[in-house]
Design a protein around this ligand. Structure first.
Ligand SMILES: Nc1ncnc2c1ncn2[C@@H]1O[C@H](COP(=O)(O)OP(=O)(O)OP(=O)(O)O)[C@@H](O)[C@H]1O
Ligand SMILES: [Mg+2]
Length: 310
């Protein structure tokens, strides 16, 4: 996709938000290009929802510049709002109308809405279409939030922790929905604490901590090559061995020859997005609390790595 010739869908420059003396967002800049799925990652209180809600026009920024679909979100009118899909972090109000009624009502605000029953199906609420929203379970209500976010066929979709409370099957069903929205060309700004979700869905990610941008880049590149070096793990009479190597296949062949057979409990482990994320956040913590910033992820991350069988 040629993203260079088209204007970004979202442009953020040196964005700042103060709540009294407290700085929640402290000079954040990024662009999101047409058709991109962009994930904003960071610990609780990092400033993700504040940033998103400024871009949705729900909160006023203290400083910096922002443009969303070519409009300053502080000045966006109804036409502009009708091109956005919004799933806020907080769940929808309990309502005395059914799932289908609420979605049908909501869809009327949009010029070219999706088919209500298709949306209900896509979020897995078909068996609850005639149920009042107040009677849905927590996870079902969250699915309803997602349905309301997508029913207007938005050009730009904001999803603030959309799958919190979803069971694992519902999360996978949601991923399929997002992939189909991506195929339709929807641009998506997502936050999630599920790093596997970000790895599955995002083209690029930004990590923010304490209101500052720590890292931004392609989902398979952030953290740098060093943080992605695989580990060969095996066991022998001396115990468990972890060896980082950029040539794991050669190392395994070598080991097999030396040991005269299959190494015990052999694994080749590649750092997951979660490992890399934790390394970046720990490094940012360290940089914030000392005068010598460390750019590289802490070596402690290799200990937390989850295994991928060789
Ligand atoms: N209305 C408010 N008044 C004062 N402080 C606020 C307000 N809203 C948010 N904050 C503070 O700003 C910081 C950033 O909050 P924000 O909700 O943006 O975090 P977040 O990254 O979305 O976190 P989470 O992952 O927990 O959702 C937090 O320290 C929060 O306490
Ligand atoms: Mg939040």
């Amino acid at each position: 996709m040629d993203t260079m010739s088209t204007r970004p869908i979202i442009e953020v420059r040196e964005l700042r938000k103060q709540y009294g003396d407290f700085t929640a967002v402290d000079g954040v800049s990024f662009d999101i290009h047409p058709g991109e799925t962009f994930a904003l990652l960071g610990p609780n209180g990092a400033g993700k929802s504040t940033t998103i809600e400024i871009l949705e026009g729900y909160r006023h920024r203290t400083g910096g510049e922002a443009s969303v679909l070519g409009v300053d979100p502080a000045k966006g009118g109804l036409d502009w709002k009708a091109r956005l899909g919004i799933v806020l972090q907080s769940s929808a109000e309990a309502a005395n109308v059914t799932v289908r009624e609420q979605l049908t009502q909501f869809a009327r605000y949009y010029a070219d809405p999706r088919d209500v029953d298709e949306v209900i199906e896509a979020v897995g609420l078909t068996s609850k279409a005639g149920t009042r929203i107040g009677k849905l379970s927590g996870g079902q209500r969250r699915r309803m939030d997602v349905a309301l976010g997508v029913v207007g066929r938005p050009a730009l979709l904001f999803l603030d922790e959309p799958t919190t409370g979803f069971d694992p099957e519902a999360r996978r069903q949601f991923w399929e929905l997002i992939r189909s929205l991506k195929r339709d060309g929807t641009t998506i700004l997502l936050t999630t604490h599920y790093l596997d979700e970000a790895a599955q869905l995002a083209d690029r990610v930004a990590v923010i901590a304490a209101g500052r941008l720590v890292e931004i880049g392609a989902v398979d590149e952030i953290g740098g090559a060093e943080a992605r070096i695989p580990v060969v793990r095996w066991r022998d009479e001396h115990g468990l061995h972890d060896e980082r190597t950029e040539a794991p296949a050669a190392r395994v062949a070598d080991l097999t020859a030396t040991l005269g057979g299959e190494p015990r409990d052999l694994e080749v482990i590649r750092p997951s997005l979660e490992d890399i994320y934790l390394g970046l956040v720990h490094a940012a913590d360290g940089a914030a609390s000392s005068t010598t910033p460390s750019a590289a992820p802490s070596p402690a991350t290799t200990v937390t790595m989850t295994g991928v069988g060789a």
